[in-house]
Write a protein that binds this ligand. Structure first.
Ligand code: ZN
Length: 308
């Protein structure tokens, strides 16, 4: 009997240890996708892979109906999530979903604006304040000024013209504008991003809170010739909004260097943690790109996620 009660006691201790070691619940992420002028069928899976492989996030997907479909069926519970990743550029949502999204953001929600999500909803004034800068879809001087850097200082340029363009895809150096923010703490000043588009001539309310990285849109490859904002947080009430213009999606997970880039994946993970919690516990990974060399995680972090 004595040995049985000892066994029960040991089992109770083991259960406590197991339960306490599981107390670090993953952060809840929702990727919104389903329509885009980009290959959303691959990009939303790449985002889910990156987030889930880190061990820090449990990611759900919310897909809208196809273009022209009945939007009343698209009614995600944004308020159940710590961070919502926008990978969507398509038909306007229903009024109910618009309101639910605004309430989530205005109540202090976490949002990631990823690549062409900043093309979406050109006519939705509040959405444009959530993204700060957008492009295409009829954006022009009425959408707000161009925002770029001159001698390291922001310029708000109200000159007329369309919003949104990019030169040829290429590898390009990323220029750090703030290494004190939790997302970019300890990041190198410059690092080489894998082949990607570089968005330029973006315009909007330009309510950027902290510009984190910029890049030079090379005129020789069709860019604006300006130093363009590429990664930043947005000043929008209590919300924590992280806008990353990088990450053009290719034809397949295997052929998408912009999203395989260890720099892109690190920014996405740190931006997601910050958007969800206001803090970043991740340290700079060993495979981070250097000033001259790109670094790819072709398995989207399966083997070297932050918790591996
Ligand atoms: Zn693109």
């Amino acid at each position: 009997m004595k040995s049985i009660s000892k066994l029960i006691h040991l089992l109770a201790i083991a259960t406590t240890i197991i339960l306490s070691s599981c107390s670090h619940k993953p952060l809840r992420a929702l990727v919104v996708s389903g329509q885009n002028n980009h290959n959303w069928k691959v990009s939303h899976l790449a985002i889910k892979e990156i987030l889930d492989n880190s061990g820090m996030f449990a990611t759900d997907i919310a897909l809208t109906p196809p273009a022209g479909g009945n939007m009343s069926s698209f009614d995600p519970r944004f308020d159940k999530y710590d961070v919502v990743v926008l990978d969507y550029n398509g038909d306007r949502w229903s009024e109910t979903t618009d309101s639910a999204f605004l309430k989530y953001v205005q109540d202090g929600g976490g949002v990631i604006v990823y690549h062409a999500a900043d093309n979406a909803f050109a006519g939705w004034e509040e959405f444009n304040k959530i993204i700060a800068l957008g492009g295409w879809e009829g954006r022009n001087e009425k959408s707000g000024p161009y925002y770029y850097l001159q001698d390291g200082k922001p310029v708000l340029d109200h000159s007329p013209g369309h919003g949104g363009s990019h030169g040829m895809q290429r590898e390009y150096p990323m220029h750090c504008r703030n290494a004190n923010h939790p997302i970019t703490k300890d990041f190198p000043d410059n690092w080489m991003h894998a082949q990607d588009e570089m968005y330029d001539r973006m315009r909007g309310p330009a309510n950027i809170k902290e510009l984190l990285y910029s890049g030079k849109a090379d005129r020789n490859t069709g860019g604006s010739g300006r130093e363009e904002p590429l990664v930043f947080t947005v000043d929008y009430g209590k919300a924590r909004i992280f806008h990353i213009m990088l990450g053009h999606c290719g034809p397949s997970l295997a052929d998408t260097p912009a999203m395989q880039c260890a720099g892109f994946q690190t920014l996405l993970l740190r931006g997601a943690e910050w958007s969800a919690t206001g803090k970043v516990k991740q340290s700079l990974p060993a495979d981070f790109p250097t000033e001259r060399a790109v670094s790819l995680r072709k398995d989207y972090g399966k083997s070297n996620g932050v918790n591996k």
